[in-house]
Design a protein around this ligand. Structure first.
Ligand SMILES: O=C(O)CCC(=O)C(=O)O
Ligand SMILES: [Fe+2]
Length: 328
């Protein structure tokens, strides 16, 4: 244990609410045993009771994601309102977004209970009708999949974090910078999740008819003019030993969901060179494609690329979907 962590642990032992929240989150995200996970949850409960907003928000995240049992959005939103009532800024922002996705800035209720009660979670979890763009491979489009305010929220969360994207081949955990992928990207670890991200993942899980645990770490991609993601496959290659091991543990990458977070750019379509087709969505629209064929085999026709913008920058939410449970 590092000295910083020891100091955090002893401060938590003395009942310091901030230290209990931070150490509780640490125990949950690092926990290798059920005991340390439970200890983490207990610390978070105590910290939330003592008025710590960060702890209450993290409990909300655990409840909404189902990380610590059944997914329970209603209880999660109660905890989020509790976090907001303690002036925890991220919770305030999220609560307004959920209560008034069309216009969160203009939403001026300040009683958090009232704001929470204005949230229609069933509506937020509902997904729009799909349109079929191609049958083999299966490519679908969902217009207005996300409200614009959710897109803006994700761009602002990703903006300070994006860095040059890397290519991973499962033998190399750090990945490599290559000319095949010149755009930037970021992903969100368990400690960095929020309810907006979990809502997006829940909606993607719903459209693919899989549990939320089939979601890999969500990514946000950023392309400046000229930057691109050259033709590639998202499926894991069952002839590569390292990828076989990955597949045995977490399952195949069944499908990919790309949500266009903005649309004020030219070019930058998602291209399928073997089909001779390219697609892009309006802001908030989702493009979803299966990486495997009807027999469950990797489908070489799914070769695809992120073309470079010729004007403006492109922001994209990219969600790879597995067939087996993924730790989130
Ligand atoms: O930017 C795009 O349109 C493609 C992104 C992509 O292929 C991916 O995230 O796997
Ligand atoms: Fe891809």
């Amino acid at each position: 244990m590092t000295s910083d962590l020891k100091a955090l642990q002893s401060a938590a032992d003395t009942g310091d609410a901030n230290a209990m929240a931070k150490y509780g989150k640490h125990l949950i995200s690092e926990s290798k045993t059920a005991e340390s996970g439970q200890k983490g949850q207990l610390l978070l409960q105590k910290a939330a009771q003592a008025g710590n907003g960060e702890a209450a928000e993290f409990i909300a995240i655990m409840l909404a994601s189902g990380m610590a049992g059944q997914q329970d959005w209603n209880m999660a939103l109660d905890y989020l309102a509790h976090a907001a009532s303690m002036n925890w800024a991220p919770a305030v922002g999220q609560l307004k977004l959920f209560a008034s996705p069309e216009n969160p800035q203009a939403f001026d209720k300040s009683d958090w209970r009232e704001v929470r009660d204005a949230i229609d979670i069933e509506k937020l979890l509902n997904i729009p009708e799909r349109r079929s763009l191609c049958e083999s491979p299966r490519i679908r489009q969902f217009d207005e999949f996300l409200p614009h305010s959710f897109c803006d929220w994700m761009i602002e969360r990703a903006r300070p974090r994006v860095s040059r994207a890397r290519i991973y081949d499962s033998t190399d955990v750090r990945g490599k910078e290559t000319q095949d992928r010149t755009n930037s990207s970021t992903n969100f670890s368990l400690m960095e999740l929020d309810l907006v991200l979990i809502l997006i993942q829940s909606r993607v899980a719903k459209l693919a008819s899989v549990p939320i645990f089939a979601m890999e770490k969500s990514m946000v991609l950023h392309y400046e003019p000229g930057q691109e993601f050259k033709p590639h496959y998202d499926y894991l290659d069952p002839t590569k030993p390292a990828q076989i091991a990955d597949m045995r543990q977490f399952g195949q990458r069944l499908a990919t969901c790309l949500i266009y977070l903005n649309d004020d750019f030219d070019g930058a379509e998602t291209e399928f060179p073997k089909l001779g087709q390219k697609f892009r969505c309006e802001k908030g629209g989702a493009l979803v494609f299966a990486n495997i064929d009807e027999q469950g085999q990797p489908d070489p026709q799914t070769l695809h690329a992120g073309l470079p913008p010729t004007r403006g920058e492109k922001w994209l939410f990219s969600q790879w979907i597995r067939s087996g449970p993924m730790p989130i």
